[in-house]
Design a protein. Structure first.
Length: 400
């Protein structure tokens, strides 16, 4: 049984909801600037893309709006869109699951809470005992939508969104549920994480602070680290036998893989990435030549981008179209893999490939890059790749 994707939801700096996100993605309308959100800046000016004017479900009680963290609010808005697009109200809620991808999602919220109560810790609100946990986001979403199947969170660093998707696909395939919603949660960075990422050499410097729109440069020779982008995505995976309307299928998921490369640190692994791709292709019963399009991890790191290109070349995939969703949305960290799956589903559905911004001088010339112009192409089979600190490598195959 091959799981089907029957609903999607997305919230990012370039738009909330598919109706806003897809046109902005296709036109390459990024929103990079110097970030302004409270708790994210000190003397250092970090570049990123922040969500503006978040729209929450209309029936959400005011008390919940006030208590829920920003990550929780964005997750609820995104899951609600996916829920409605798949028309899940008509299904048995005990056969619907929810998996949140990400850990330590609410760091800025916690940072601000500590600053606010530093001189009066005895008066911290009791609800903090629950809300600091990532599972509080599961609770909020299941409560508001009436989900009664399995619900939990999984962490895989920047591969978390894709990890949640794979866990959801497995739950549907093994019959644990008929439907499972996979969410790449919004990792809400505070100043501390931004500073640490920059000190590590992972986050982009202030080299482009006067021109933030050109700072995010995956696979370009002038890249100098990832540029953060607030984002969240949700995908509904469903047993096709439970579908009451086959026309609702947006894509199918014939294969996936998780490969651990036995590495605690942030360094990428050629062997781990290669094994993830090859295993996903084997599960799908596809050859390398069957792949028409690749949505890579492409974080704009010095070593990471180079390693990923080496892996793509070694797997015999240089013929496939390749672009970088992160070049437009920024790196959503825990959300990235899920956002890029949504982008791939939309590109398969519309048979159009979005541009890759700031790819002025690619680090290699033998890849089939989608550059600054939209590419109308016949694409039937896509490969998505995600990587995470701590030795995490994932790959997912998608088709119509």
């Amino acid at each position: 049984m091959i799981p089907s994707i029957t609903g999607i939801g997305v919230t990012s700096a370039i738009g909330q909801g598919v109706d806003e996100f897809w046109p902005a993605l296709l036109q390459g309308k990024s929103q990079f600037s110097i970030m302004q959100r409270e708790g994210r800046q000190r003397d250092t000016r970090f570049i990123g893309a922040e969500i503006s004017n978040l729209r929450l479900p209309e029936n959400l009680p005011l008390s919940i709006k006030r208590a829920a963290s920003f990550s929780a609010q964005v997750a609820l808005a995104t899951v609600t869109e996916a829920w409605q697009s798949a028309e899940l109200d008509r299904y048995d809620p005990t056969r619907i699951g929810l998996i949140i991808g990400g850990s330590n999602l609410q760091q800025r919220e916690l940072f601000n809470q500590y600053a606010s109560y530093a001189d009066r810790l005895d008066f911290i609100r009791p609800s903090y005992a629950v809300s600091f946990m990532d599972t509080d986001i599961c609770g909020l979403c299941t409560q508001q939508l009436g989900i009664q199947g399995p619900s939990f969170s999984v962490g895989g660093a920047s591969a978390s969104g894709q990890l949640a998707f794979i866990q959801a696909a497995q739950a549907v395939q093994n019959g644990s549920v008929d439907i499972c919603i996979a969410v790449g949660g919004l990792m809400d960075l505070s100043f501390l994480e931004c500073q640490a990422f920059r000190s590590l050499g992972a986050m982009g410097s202030d080299r482009f602070s006067e021109q933030p729109e050109i700072a995010c440069r995956p696979f370009d020779s002038q890249r100098d680290g990832f540029i953060y982008g607030e984002s969240c995505a949700a995908l509904v995976l469903q047993n096709p036998q439970s579908l009451d309307n086959k026309s609702r299928v947006l894509a199918q998921v014939p294969g996936w893989s998780i490969a651990i490369d036995a590495n605690q640190g942030p360094a990428p692994s050629f062997s781990g990435e290669k094994r993830a791709i090859e295993n996903a292709l084997t599960m799908s019963a596809w050859s390398a030549q069957d792949i028409d399009y690749i949505n890579p991890h492409g974080s704009a790191s010095g070593v990471g981008d180079e390693t990923e290109i080496e892996v793509i070349r070694a797997c015999g995939l240089t013929h496939a179209h390749i672009n970088s969703t992160k070049s437009i949305t920024g790196h959503g960290l825990s959300a990235a893999g899920a956002v890029e799956l949504v982008a791939s589903v939309l590109q398969l559905h519309h048979q159009q490939l979005h541009p890759c911004l700031n790819l002025d001088n690619p680090i290699c010339s033998d890849m089939n890059w989608v550059r600054k112009e939209t590419n109308a192409s016949h694409i039937e089979r896509a490969l998505n790749i995600s990587l995470g600190f701590g030795g995490m490598n994932t790959a997912v195959c998608l088709t119509h």
